[in-house]
Design a binder for this molecule. Structure first.
Ligand code: ADP
Ligand code: MG
Length: 426
């Protein structure tokens, strides 16, 4: 291993170094602005919207509860979806979120209609202990995505302490993620970001070995950077999902009508060679659940053996592969899983992903570490019923992958304070 002089100081700060946590501040009577990721999926028409999955709201609760318990005057804010014009307001309102937050926290949530307004200033002075403010969808103000100083300045004018707990939005340099914290001396992260970074940096720093990476999902191209970053520390590389057909094609096997990225076949071949040259293993499915059509699958069958017939496409890993992958997972100490093993949204093709989730729960039960990243993988883990038995499920989606790729997240970088200069003001 090589060491670089100065690692851990100045420009080389990484992980949570130089970032304060909400616990480092005296919150009593302070106006605490908390940026959250409350971007939850909704169904129904404008006026009768319903939250279909409140995972992100629940994930935000520890930080909000902590601030309320410490006697802070709390202002919450989040984006929701991608509203483009004024007519979109009814569809992208945070009203249902305000309601759900009120139920979960048992307090009154006052929704501020304009994110960029002075209204919070006046309301904050008279805020009661069982009340908090929530700004309407930050993207109702065009300044949010443009990282505009105007929106940041308005919020800074009534904020004493800034807390970012929006891990899922921290890979974007938006006004409340980047411009705003830079204006506030007392800034730090909440419990969710802390948990995310602690778990994800563990993977980057040197996971307990053997280290198994399970990759699947829709495309090889989405995961190349993460694979590249992890390749040196991986002991076993397990592949499933649509991704596996590009790898099987690279081995010269018949994949029928399965989804293959032709322009990634060479990459897949070279990657397998690199891993095997290091004496490490690459595991590919040995059987498949196949069908005749992706959108309207009628003939669903299990295909054993190496090749998939010309008129079939693979939509999940088969039973032999499930058993083999399960054993391999239980032999590891650390597992990172990104990308479902099949089209898990349909029960016929969910068995592979659920078997992986079950094996990961078994691994954790015997002292191993399982970390799940990626929006669809998190959804698959949730649907499997084993989600609460994982070491960590990242709520970050794109942000977790970018972090694992080694990218600097604007939301984290904006929180770093060089200790010496920040200390006197705290
Ligand atoms: P994540 O969000 O966890 O990073 P991806 O977005 O890469 O995962 O991939 C998830 C998608 O991949 C799912 O919608 C799933 O249906 C799809 N998928 C998995 N296996 C296959 C397959 N064999 N053929 C087509 N699509 C697949
Ligand atoms: Mg996805």
């Amino acid at each position: 291993m090589t060491t670089r002089p100065g690692a851990g100081f100045g420009k080389t700060l990484s992980g949570l170094q130089g970032i304060k946590s909400i616990e480092d501040f005296e919150l009593k009577d302070q106006r605490v602005f908390i940026r959250l990721d409350l971007n939850v999926p909704m169904s129904g028409e404008a006026g009768a919207l319903e939250i279909t999955d409140d995972t992100r709201i629940r994930a935000a609760l520890p930080t909000v509860k902590y601030a309320l318990e410490k006697g802070a005057k709390v202002i919450l804010a989040s984006h929701l979806g991608r509203p483009e014009k004024d007519e979109d307001r009814a569809k992208f309102t945070l009203e249902p979120v305000a309601e759900r937050l009120g139920e979960l926290l048992k307090c009154e949530v006052i929704l501020i209609e304009e994110p960029n307004s002075d209204a919070p200033k006046a309301l904050l002075s008279g805020l009661k202990p069982n009340q908090l403010l929530l700004l309407e969808n930050l993207r109702f103000d065009v300044g949010e995505t443009k990282n505009a100083p105007e929106l940041a300045n308005t919020i800074a004018s009534y904020t004493d302490i800034y807390i970012n707990d929006a891990f899922g939005a921290s890979h974007r340099a938006h006004a409340t993620i980047d411009a705003l914290p830079k204006l506030i001396a007392k800034r730090g992260c909440g419990f969710l970001i802390k948990k995310e970074i602690e778990n994800l940096s563990g993977l980057l720093a040197g996971p307990a070995k053997p280290f198994l990476a399970i990759m699947g999902g829709a495309k090889v191209s989405d995961k190349i950077k993460v694979i590249e970053k992890m390749i040196e520390s991986i002991d076993t590389f397990m592949i499933g999902g649509a991704m596996s057909y590009t790898f099987l094609a690279a081995k010269g096997l018949g994949v029928g009508k399965s989804r293959v990225e032709k322009d990634k076949i060479a990459f897949a071949r070279e990657l397998m060679e690199r891993i095997e040259a290091r004496g490490r293993k690459v595991l590919l499915p040995v059987d498949h659940i196949v069908a005749d059509d992706f959108l309207a699958p009628t003939k669903i069958e299990t295909i054993s053996g190496e090749s998939i017939p010309e008129d079939r496409l693979g939509l999940d890993i088969g039973p032999k592969t499930r058993a083999m992958y399960r054993e391999e997972i239980l032999r590891a100490k650390t597992v990172f899983w990104n990308g479902p093993m099949g089209v898990f949204e349909k029960p016929e093709f969910a068995k592979g992903s659920f078997a992986v989730a079950e094996a990961l729960a078994g691994l954790v039960a015997k002292g191993g570490i399982s970390i799940v990243g990626g929006g669809d993988s998190a959804a698959a883990a949730e649907a499997s019923g084993f989600a609460d038995q994982m070491t960590h499920i990242s709520t970050g989606g794109g942000a977790s992958l970018e972090y694992l790729e080694g990218a600097k997240l604007p939301g984290l970088e904006a929180l770093r304070t060089v200790r010496e200069s920040a200390a006197p003001s705290l």
